[in-house]
Design a protein around this ligand. Structure first.
Ligand code: FPP
Length: 248
């Protein structure tokens, strides 16, 4: 049976987060350079955003560039930044037409100015859309984000506005860059790596993890549906027992 028709439309994760991995290996398999793989990866991004709109995933966070990625060879970093600018600029009309709102998390000020400008323009142009929110994690790392949150809270304590006893998990959440989004229920990582790589460490506390051997440029709609189906076959217990779940 077709994968799409097996998906339970009443049990769609509201927020899916993806570590898009394997562009370099995919390119090598084709006898091409790494940047070729990133270019092909954009086609997967387009398909997955479209699939989210079609099945009703409301938030999609993509790990597009990590803090650690700055340490890659300069030519690759430059090519990735250029690709980001070109993709955002080219895809904005398409995003708008499909009702996609673009957002970004991460140390955006560390990106080249051209990239910041293109990003902000697209964020503004798509701000009224509500079908899918596409969140690009750019120059992002979870440890960076949590450290910033701790600094902000420490300042409040220092100025006497906050008593340390009143620090709550909600307060920490409110100081993360994801304050406006629900936590992801599903995290996907492609390319056979089984790591979380400094991605949404706090927000993924109760997420289901789906790992696939498929390399990101080959991760298209059918692969995404497989991940959704795997999610739907999991029992999410949030620390409770199975019996508690069925009796409640
Ligand atoms: C990981 O593959 C991929 C990246 C670090 C970059 C992801 C970027 C894109 C898919 C293109 C731009 C995206 C948007 C949203 C416009 P890798 O290079 O680590 O692959 P490898 O592990 O095989 O070396």
């Amino acid at each position: 049976m077709e994968l799409l028709s097996q998906i339970d439309k009443n049990n769609i994760p509201k927020h899916v987060a993806i570590i898009m991995d394997g562009n370099g290996r995919w390119a090598k398999q084709q006898g091409e350079n790494r940047v070729f793989g990133h270019h092909e990866g954009v086609n997967s991004v387009r398909e997955i955003v479209e699939a989210c709109g079609e099945i009703g995933v409301k938030y999609l966070t993509l790990y597009a560039f990590s803090t650690e990625n700055w340490n890659r060879p300069k030519e690759e970093v430059d090519a990735l930044m250029e690709l980001l600018v070109a993709t955002i600029s080219m895809e904005t009309p398409n995003l708008n037409q499909k009702g996609v709102r673009l957002q970004a998390i991460g140390d955006i000020k560390s990106l080249p100015l051209s990239c910041q400008k293109e990003l902000q323009e697209s964020i503004d142009i798509t701000s009224a859309n509500s079908r899918v929110t596409l969140i690009l994690a750019l120059s992002y790392s979870s440890k960076w984000e949590i450290t910033n949150a701790v600094k902000k809270i420490a300042e409040e304590v220092k100025s006497g506005k906050l008593n340390p006893d009143d620090i709550s998990s909600k307060m920490i959440e409110n100081n993360l860059s994801t304050i406006n989004y629900p936590d992801p229920e599903l995290m996907i990582r492609t390319s056979g790596e089984h790591r979380i790589s400094n991605f949404l460490l706090w927000q993924l506390a109760y997420a289901e993890f789906y790992f696939t051997e498929v390399l990101w440029p080959d991760f298209r709609k059918q692969e995404f549906y497989k991940a959704i189906l795997a999610y739907q076959n999991r029992e999410r217990r949030f620390g409770l027992t199975s019996e508690q779940l069925t009796t409640n």
